[in-house]
Design a protein around this ligand. Sequence first.
Ligand code: FAD
Length: 395
Amino acid sequence: MTDRRVGGLRPGIRKKVLGISGSPGAREPRTSLQRDGQGTRPGPFAPLRRRAAMRTPTVLISGASIAGPALAYWLNARGWQTTVVERFEGLREDGQNIDVRGAGREVARRMGIEDAIRAASTGETGTEFVDAAARPLARFAAGTSDSGGATAELEILRGQLSRIIVDRTHDETEYVFGDRIVALDDADDGVTVTFAGGAIRTFDVVVVAEGLRSRTRSMIFLDTDAVRELGFYVAYLTIPRTDDDTDLWRWHSAGRGRSVTLRPDNLGTVRATLAFLSDVQGLDELDREGIVTILRRTFADVGWAAPRVLAALDDAPLYFDAVGQARMPSWTSGRVALLGDAAYCSSPISGMSTRTARRSPGTRRSCARTWTRPRSCRPAHRASPTRAAAPDSPR
Ligand SMILES: Cc1cc2nc3c(=O)[nH]c(=O)nc-3n(C[C@H](O)[C@H](O)[C@H](O)COP(=O)(O)OP(=O)(O)OC[C@H]3O[C@@H](n4cnc5c(N)ncnc54)[C@H](O)[C@@H]3O)c2cc1C
């Protein structure tokens, strides 16, 4: 059967994608009247809209993973016209289990996606530590509280959570796949953005939600060393499920800073990780062959599931990442804001990134403030507003 989806999305998206690349900047902003059908909805942003003579504020969000689409949802609800650009050709389905609890659970509830998340739950029932011969050492049931247990009551694959949020927003948000920002001109009346595909468009606000290794961030925050490397690497793989696999997150600590884990998913496969400490920086910049060689050497003497995972390395989907944190002196500069891992990544080991990405502390308020009083958010170190993009990252 022919897949009619564009970028892995539903057919309705196609028109929007062609719309932007075919006629850059040609789309007329929707007014609040058109959007609501009945006139302007009252709400916290109503005074801002009045101040702008009823013009709908526009935002470009760069990055269609978790933080970007989640912000689009909240801004749509406040009457903004939202565009999301993603450098990949479609939604990225990779990634492992994300727990949904605490503030993240509350945000999911308020976004009306809690049931969809529950329907896509991985079904993981707890965490079990095992020795090299697969003997259980300790077992912890899934935690029902906000912080209890490595496994939460509600777990979902990162890619599926991203798709749920994009599906929730795609009727109102314009999604553009396979493009990226190459230059930004942040002026008093808007940010003029040049895209790699050649389009030039102006937005009231630009939000960079490109993850820890964001390149657009360095166009705005010059000379800022945003990423603090933690000397820790994680390889994420999807491997076939066998009869010996369980619904537990099984975890083997192999010594010398190495661990192997297996987790169930809801797709009939198993999510495996190989994690290790290393003082060597830049291993994540190697090609797949180099990464596979490093993993095979590092885990050659490790027992339990390590041989099975290493054997799968030849053709299993693989995502390899250097673990780091983002620390920024400011999250806004003029009309440009950082969001999610690009702004305040706490690293996957903290288990907090996806939660904070959805929660987007203060960004919605920042967008409103930046739109009306852009200069008030500008940090002192900011230099010339027009910047060219750094070379593309491998990720
Ligand atoms: C493929 C993938 C797999 C992941 N797997 C896991 C996992 O297993 N466990 C875990 O804890 N966390 C994982 N993460 C990270 C996790 O999604 C984030 O920590 C968290 O959800 C915060 O999300 P974010 O939206 O801020 O950033 P991210 O999830 O990192 O998403 C950033 C998005 O921006 C896009 N992007 C990057 N540069 C540009 C650009 N120049 N222009 C346009 N778009 C750009 C990326 O392609 C990506 O879609 C993964 C992220 C990705 C992208």
